[in-house]
Write a protein that binds this ligand. Structure first.
Ligand SMILES: [Zn+2]
Length: 550
C-alpha cells in the first residue's frame, strides 16, 4: 500500500485526550501516521486528516492517555507464575486445593508441581498442611510459595527429597513449621524454603520465553507500553534479546542488570560489556539494580533508629544494609561514571539515606551525569531526606499500591515503627512539593500490575478492595489523578530514558497510547480501579484491543 502523506493511518476522535503535555493538556482527537503522532487537536482540527484508508476509532467520550510505563516490574517471573500452578484467583482452602488438583491432572508428566499465590488467611493459623497436598499429589513433589513469597507450602514427598524431618534444625534465617513433636507440618518460612528451592530445576529458555510472551500480552492489556525490568540476570537478558531479535518484543524495555552483592566493584566492567550487547530493537540494557535492604515486616529493612519491640520499646535491631554504605558509594560512583543507571531497592529510611549518600558521592566525583538514578519502593523516608531527591536529581520510584492501611501495614509495620516514623511512609505529595521527579511502577508479581488500581491508591490512599470501609492512609500524601497519571507516563518515561520520544501525547512523539473505558476525570466515573483499558498502541500499532472498542 503506498504511503498516504496527506492522511493519517489511525485517528482516535471524540474523547478526552489527556496529553500530559504542558503546552496542550487536553484535546479531543489524535492522528497517527506510521509509528508517530501526526497531530493532536479538536475533532474538527483532525477531521481533514481522515482519508479513505484511515482507520477511525470513535472514543465515545472515553479517555486517551499516553501508554503507561512501569518503572519497576518483574515480567518474566510474573509470567512464570501464570504458567505454573497459580492459585491467586482461588478462594478458600478447598478452592486452592481444587486448582492444584486440576493443574496436576493437566500436567501428568511434570516431575515437580510448582506454583504460588496462596493467602495465609485461607488456612488455619496461616499455615497449610502437607496432608492436604498428599491427598491430591501423593507421588510428586509440590512447592508452592505464598503470595508474598516469604513462606512455602510443600507435601510429604518434597520434605523427603529435601531431607527435612523432625531432626532437621531450623536454618539461621528461617523456620520449619512443626507439630508439637517436631514433625514438619508442610509450611516453610523464609530461609527454610531454600532447603527445597535448591532442588528445583531452573526454568529453561522455552519456559522463560513463554513467560515473557504471556506477561507482555497481559501488560499490554493493562495499557502498559514500556517497562523497566527490575532484576535481569544473564538468562533474563538472553530471553529479552531473543524476543527482540525474533521481532515480537513489542514493549519498550529497559533491563536493570542485577548487582551481585557477593562480588565487588570489578563487576562494573562485566556490566558495561553486557550493556554494550544489550540493545536490540526495543530492548535496552543500561541500568543496574542494587538491592540495599529487605522489608520492614521481617525486620530486614534498614532503619536509622531501631525497630520497636512488641512492648513499644526500642530493640537493638536496625535491620540490614545488604551493601555496606561505603562500598555502595564507590560502586555507584563507578556505575554512574560508566554511563549506567543506578536503580536502587530501598525500603527503610536507613537504606534510602545510604542510596542518596551514594548518589551524592557519585555527583561529587562525576558531576551531574544523565544516568538518572532512581530509588524504588521508598517506603520510609526521613523528613530530612525528602528534599535531597530534588537536590541530587534522584527520581522517586513509587509503588503506590502499598500506601494504604492493610494487614501488613497495620499489624506488621506501624507497631514496630511507632507513631512518629509511621507518618513518614510513602510521602509522595511531600516529594512532589519538594520538587522531586516521581515515577511509578508495580513490583509485579509481588503486587498487581494494573496501573489503574495503583493510581486509585495514589489518589485515595485506600486499597481498592477496602473502598468505603477503611480510613485513608496519611491522606495529606495523596496525589491528584493528573499527578498520578503523569508519574506513570512521563515520569517513568524519564527513568527509562524514553522521555524525548514517549510519555506524552504530542505531535512528533511515538504513538504509544492507551484507551480507558471511561473519562476518569468526569465526576460520574466511579472508582479508578474499576475502569479498564480497552486498547493499547505501541508505535502506532495495536498491541491490545478489546471488542468494546468497537
Ligand atoms: Zn522488585
Amino acid at each position: 500500500m503506498p504511503a498516504d502523506r496527506d492522511h493519517a493511518d489511525v485517528v482516535l476522535t471524540g474523547g478526552r485526550v489527556h496529553t500530559v503535555d504542558d503546552s496542550r493538556s487536553t484535546a479531543e482527537a489524535v492522528a497517527v501516521r506510521g509509528e508517530r503522532i501526526a497531530a493532536v487537536g479538536t475533532a474538527a482540527d483532525i477531521a481533514p486528516l481522515i482519508g479513505p484508508r484511515t482507520r477511525v476509532l470513535d472514543l465515545h467520550g472515553r479517555l486517551l492517555v499516553p501508554g503507561f510505563q512501569d518503572a519497576h516490574i518483574h515480567p518474566i517471573s510474573g509470567g512464570i507464575d501464570r504458567i505454573e500452578c497459580d492459585v491467586r484467583e482461588s478462594r478458600g482452602r478447598d478452592g486452592v486445593l481444587a486448582t492444584i488438583r486440576a493443574y496436576a491432572d493437566r500436567h501428568p508428566d511434570d516431575p515437580w508441581i510448582i506454583g504460588s499465590g496462596w493467602y495465609m488467611a485461607d488456612f488455619e493459623n496461616g499455615t497449610p498442611r502437607r496432608e492436604d497436598l498428599d491427598a491430591i499429589v501423593p507421588d510428586r513433589p509440590v512447592f508452592l510459595p505464598n503470595r508474598d513469597g516469604h513462606s512455602a507450602w510443600v507435601n510429604t514427598r518434597t520434605l523427603e527429597l529435601a531431607g527435612i524431618d523432625r531432626n532437621t534444625p531450623d536454618p539461621g534465617d528461617g523456620r520449619i513449621e512443626r507439630d508439637p513433636d517436631g514433625t514438619p507440618t508442610g509450611t516453610l518460612h523464609e530461609g527454610a524454603t531454600e532447603l527445597v528451592e535448591r532442588l528445583i530445576p531452573v526454568p529453561g529458555p522455552d519456559k522463560t520465553l513463554a513467560a515473557l510472551r504471556l506477561a507482555q500480552a497481559y501488560l499490554h492489556s493493562l495499557g502498559i507500553t514500556a517497562w523497566q525490568d527490575a532484576s535481569v540476570d544473564a538468562s533474563g537478558q538472553a530471553t529479552y534479546r531473543k524476543a527482540a531479535e525474533d521481532g515480537w518484543l513489542t514493549a519498550r524495555v529497559e533491563a536493570a542488570m542485577w548487582w551481585e552483592r557477593e562480588r565487588g566493584e570489578e563487576q562494573v566492567e562485566d556490566l558495561v560489556e553486557r550493556s554494550r550487547t544489550g540493545s536490540v530493537g526495543r530492548l535496552r540494557t543500561n541500568s543496574v539494580k542494587l538491592m540495599q535492604d529487605g522489608v520492614l515486616e521481617t525486620y530486614t529493612g534498614s532503619l536509622l533508629d531501631p525497630y520497636l519491640g512488641r512492648d513499644g520499646r526500642p530493640t537493638a535491631n536496625r535491620g540490614i544494609d545488604f551493601i555496606d554504605p561505603e562500598v555502595l558509594k564507590r560502586a555507584v560512583t563507578r556505575i554512574d561514571a560508566a554511563g549506567l543507571q543506578p536503580h536502587f531497592h530501598a525500603i527503610g529510611d536507613g537504606a534510602v539515606r545510604a542510596c542518596l549518600d551514594a548518589v551524592a558521592a557519585a555527583r561529587a566525583a562525576n558531576g551531574l551525569s544523565d544516568t538518572r538514578p532512581h530509588i524504588a519502593h521508598i517506603q520510609l523516608i526521613h523528613p530530612d531526606d525528602v528534599p535531597r531527591f530534588a537536590a541530587l536529581d534522584v527520581v522517586a520510584n513509587a509503588q503506590p499500591l502499598w500506601a494504604c492501611h492493610e494487614g501488613q501495614m497495620d499489624e506488621l509495620t506501624i507497631p514496630f515503627l511507632g507513631p512518629e516514623r509511621s507518618t513518614w511512609q510513602y510521602p509522595f505529595a511531600s516529594l512532589l512539593r519538594a520538587g522531586a521527579r516521581l515515577a511509578m511502577g508495580s513490583d509485579w508479581s509481588v503486587s498487581t500490575p494494573n496501573p489503574l488500581e495503583e493510581i486509585e491508591v495514589a489518589v485515595q490512599r485506600v486499597f481498592p478492595e477496602s473502598r468505603g470501609r477503611v480510613e485513608p492512609f496519611l491522606p495529606s500524601e495523596a496525589l491528584t489523578l493528573a499527578e498520578s497519571i503523569r508519574a506513570f507516563t512521563a515520569g517513568s518515561a524519564y527513568v527509562n530514558h524514553l522521555d524525548t520520544e514517549t510519555g506524552v501525547i504530542a505531535a512528533g512523539k511515538l504513538a504509544d497510547l492507551a484507551v480507558i473505558d471511561r473519562d476518569l476525570f468526569a465526576p460520574e466515573a466511579g472508582p479508578i480501579g474499576e475502569a479498564r483499558v480497552i486498547a493499547t498502541f505501541v508505535g502506532g500499532a495495536p498491541v491490545f484491543e478489546d471488542p468494546a472498542l468497537g
